[in-house]
Design a protein around this ligand. Structure first.
Ligand code: MF3
Ligand code: CO
Ligand code: CO
Length: 258
C-alpha cells in the first residue's frame, strides 16, 4: 500500500466533500444543548447529509458501525455510538462527521460544551484544540510526518495531559481511511515519511486529562478512558500544498491557534 497523491481534480472533489462535513457541524451546533439525545443529533445530521447534501454518511455501516455520526461524551475517547441518553449541563461532547460525495470522503470533528462546563473540562478542550493546531503547523512539503506527533505530544504532556496511542489520524480520499497513519505521539519504531504536495490526511489527537490508557466497551465501538477521566478530540482534514498546508475542513471564522 502506498500513499495516494491527489491531482487537481481529486483535490477539487475533496474540497466539495470537506465543505459538506463542515456544514454538518455548523448545522448541528444550535441543537447541541442540554436535554437533547445523541440519537436526535444523529438523526438531524443523517437527514441533512442524505436529503439536503445528497451525500452519504461514511460511518453508517462502516465495518458495522450502526449510526451516521460518532458522539463521544466526557470520558468517551472516540467512536461513541449515538444513543438515547440526554446531554446535561457540564458535559463535553465530540461530534465526528465524515461524509462521502462523488467518491471522496471528508472528515472533521469538534468539541462542544453543554451549559456550563467545569474549568477543568474547559481547559482540556482548549489544550486539545491547541494540540490539533500545533500538529497542523508542522505540515509542509519536505517535512517529516513524525514532526506532527512529536509536537502534539510535547504540548499535551507539558500540560500534564496524555495522548491516546491506539487511534491515529489517517490518509483520506477515495477511502475513508488510507495510508499514512498519522500518529499523535512520537514513535521511532515506524518508518518516517516525507510529506509531499497532494497528500491529504487527518490530524485528530485524543487528549486525556488522566492516563493514556483506554478500553473498548462491550458494544465493540465506544472507546473510553480506563481511569474514567475526561478526554477531548478535534479533527481536521488537511492538504499538503506546494508551500505549506491547507486546512480543508476549516470553518468560517474559526479561531486558529497560532
Ligand atoms: N471519523 C472517525 C475518524 O476520524 C472514524 C469513525 S469510524 C466509525 O477516523 F465507524 F466509528 F464511524
Ligand atoms: Co473523524
Ligand atoms: Co478521521
Amino acid at each position: 500500500m502506498t500513499i495516494s497523491i491527489k491531482n487537481i481534480e481529486d483535490i477539487e472533489k475533496m474540497r466539495v466533500t470537506t465543505r459538506l462535513a463542515v456544514e454538518v457541524l455548523d448545522m448541528i451546533t444550535p441543537y447541541v444543548q442540554a436535554g437533547v439525545t445523541t440519537n436526535e443529533l444523529n438523526q438531524l445530521c443523517h437527514n441533512h447529509i442524505v436529503n439536503v447534501q445528497k451525500a452519504i454518511p461514511s460511518p453508517l455501516n462502516y465495518k458495522g458501525f450502526p449510526k451516521s455520526i460518532c458522539t463521544s461524551v466526557n470520558h468517551q475517547v472516540c467512536h461513541g455510538i449515538p444513543g438515547k441518553k440526554k446531554l446535561k449541563s457540564g458535559d463535553i461532547l465530540n461530534i465526528d462527521i465524515t461524509v462521502q460525495k462523488n467518491g471522496y470522503h471528508g472528515d472533521t470533528s469538534r468539541m462542544f460544551m453543554i451549559g456550563k462546563p467545569s474549568i477543568r473540562a474547559k481547559r482540556l478542550v482548549e489544550i486539545a484544540y491547541e494540540c490539533l493546531w500545533i500538529g497542523i503547523h508542522q505540515v509542509k512539503p519536505g517535512g517529516y510526518l513524525s514532526e506532527i506527533g512529536k509536537a502534539i505530544q510535547q504540548h499535551a504532556t507539558s500540560h500534564k495531559y496524555s495522548v491516546v496511542r491506539e487511534y491515529c489520524g489517517h490518509g483520506i480520499g477515495k477511502n475513508f481511511h488510507e495510508e499514512p497513519q498519522v500518529l499523535h505521539y512520537y514513535c521511532t519504531d515506524v518508518k518516517d515519511i516525507i510529506l509531499q504536495p497532494g497528500m491529504t490526511f487527518t490530524i485528530e489527537p485524543m487528549i486525556n486529562a488522566g492516563k493514556a490508557d483506554i478500553k473498548l466497551l462491550p458494544d465493540q465501538w465506544t472507546v473510553v478512558t480506563k481511569d474514567h477521566k475526561l478526554s477531548a478530540q478535534w479533527e481536521h482534514t488537511l492538504l499538503v500544498t506546494e508551500d505549506g498546508v491547507e486546512v480543508l475542513t476549516l470553518s468560517q471564522g474559526e479561531k486558529q491557534y497560532a
